[in-house]
Each structure stands twice: as structure tokens, then as C-alpha cells.
Ligand binder design. Structure first.
Ligand SMILES: [Mg+2]
Length: 277
């Protein structure tokens, strides 16, 4: 018999597997899209939406809800899929991903229930997340704000201005998560504009930092449960991930940052996930 914890983790792993299938479903419907950074974030998003965030999918504007901002907005297939699985809208909407006047586009749009910020232009999410966290602090409210950043995105200087400001304001109700998959659109992050030593940089900017394997559901749950990491500082979670995780043909390759999704690609992807439809 499984322990309560193992049963919970198993449920989250199944949710993440379903999420990966739904990511491919959406991108196949569109014919193309950003699979690499959607798949790298899938385990983190499953743990956020099915374990950590206080949300009410039947009441998307519930004032006390936690706020989640997908700053790396090109991974909207993952956000749309997890919002659908959470019940913010029907999963069948994924079949209209990128469709004309669809709620679900290449990047998140606040028209879609559950989306807190329209993102896609990189380097903006953390600053807006600071506004949300500061608003909670000023109003004496206890909701939390979490912002997911891409590693390539961290090359935008606006992130570092925001990092400095969040620490200056002592925003312990703010968490940033870096989906550190080491690859960006044009190649390895190290080759384009390296980030090392990433954790030390954030610490120097006044954040409390933890690092985990971003595909280890147990480690992810523990890292979210431990928030905030310090009583008077913003928290940073560096999640080491694999771009394209779950599709061997797409893993660790910038060629699958964004690509076409033919019927054959879709079939191969589902096969690898153990679903030979
Ligand atoms: Mg990346």
C-alpha cells in the first residue's frame, strides 16, 4: 500500500504525463509551436496547479487566489493545458490552440480564465509580479505571487532591475522559478550569453535560493512546501530541467524550441509518452 505522500506524488506524476500529452495535443492542433520550453516546465506546472497554488478554477477572479505569472510566455501550450486540466475551461479548447479568435494563442492572454498576465515579450513578468506582491503587502492580504522565468529570458536586463527591487522591498510573498533547461532558441544558453554562477548572482541580489531537479516531483513538492525560504527576502527556485523532456527526439535541442508538429511528430511524441493512439 502506498503511503499518503507516495500516492500524492504518483497522482502528480500522472497529471504531468497528461499535461505533456495535452501540450502535444494543442501544438498538433496548431501545426507548430514551442514544445521545448513547454515540456521542460510540465512537472513544475503540474505540482503548482495540483498541489501548491490556492486557486478556484470555478471562480478565476477569487480575490484571495495565489497569482502565477508565466513570464516565459512562449510556453503557453503548457499553461493552457494545465489551466484546462485544472478546470478553468474545457480541455476541448486545446483543439483550437492558435485558432482565429481562440482564447488560446501562442502566448498567454488575460482573456483566458486563469491567466494573470498577458506575456510573451520577455523580461516583463517579474516586474509585474513585484507589483502583485507589493499590492498584497500594502493591502495586508496573504496571497502569494509566483513567476516562472526562462533561462534565456534572464539575459534581459529588466529581470535584474526587478530582482534588485524585490529584495529592496523585502517581498517574502514573491517567488521566482527559473526553468533552467540550459537551451534557448538560438542554442545553448552558455554559448549565447552565459548565466553562471546563477544561484550566486541571485543571492548577491538579496534573494534566498534553492536548487532542485525540476523533473523530480518529490523534490518539487518539497521545494514549494518550504516557501518562503527566508522571512524577509524573496525566494528563488532554480529548477534544473531538460528542454523537450519526455520526447527523446526533441530533448536538449534548440531545434525543438519551436518547430512544426506534423501528424508523424505527434504520433511519435504520444508513443514516447506511452500512449499509442
Ligand atoms: Mg531555456
Amino acid at each position: 500500500m502506498l503511503s499518503n505522500r507516495e500516492a500524492k506524488l504518483q497522482g502528480l506524476r500522472e497529471a504531468a504525463l497528461r499535461l505533456r500529452r495535452n501540450i502535444w495535443r494543442a501544438l498538433h492542433a496548431a501545426g507548430s509551436g514551442h514544445m521545448g520550453g513547454s515540456l521542460s516546465a510540465a512537472d513544475l506546472l503540474a505540482a503548482l496547479y495540483f498541489h501548491h497554488l490556492a486557486i478556484r478554477p470555478d471562480q478565476p477572479d477569487w480575490p484571495a487566489r495565489d497569482r502565477f505569472v508565466l513570464s516565459k510566455g512562449h510556453a503557453n501550450a503548457a499553461l493552457a493545458a494545465v489551466l484546462a486540466q485544472s478546470g478553468f475551461f474545457d480541455e476541448s479548447l486545446l483543439d483550437d490552440f492558435y485558432g482565429f479568435e481562440s482564447l488560446l494563442g501562442m502566448h498567454p492572454d488575460i482573456k483566458a480564465p486563469g491567466v494573470e498576465m498577458s506575456t510573451g515579450g520577455l523580461g516583463h513578468g517579474l516586474a509585474v509580479g513585484i507589483g502583485m506582491a507589493l499590492g498584497a503587502q500594502l493591502q495586508g492580504r496573504d496571497f502569494r505571487t509566483l513567476v516562472m522565468l526562462g533561462d534565456g529570458e534572464l539575459q534581459e536586463g529588466s529581470n535584474w532591475e526587478a530582482a534588485m527591487a524585490a529584495a529592496h522591498m523585502g517581498l517574502a510573498n514573491l517567488t521566482a522559478i527559473v526553468d533552467f533547461n540550459k537551451i534557448q532558441q538560438s542554442g545553448p544558453v552558455k554559448a549565447v550569453l552565459g548565466l553562471d554562477p546563477l544561484a550566486d548572482k541571485w543571492r548577491a541580489f538579496g534573494w534566498e535560493v534553492r536548487e532542485i531537479d525540476g523533473h523530480d516531483i518529490g523534490a518539487i513538492v518539497d521545494a514549494f512546501d518550504a516557501l518562503p525560504y527566508a522571512p524577509d527576502k524573496p525566494s528563488l527556485l532554480i529548477a534544473h530541467t531538460v528542454k523537450g523532456k519526455g520526447a527523446g527526439f526533441a530533448e536538449d535541442s534548440h531545434l525543438w524550441h519551436v518547430n512544426a508538429v506534423t501528424d508523424e511528430v505527434y504520433r511519435n511524441a504520444l508513443d514516447e509518452l506511452g500512449d499509442a493512439q
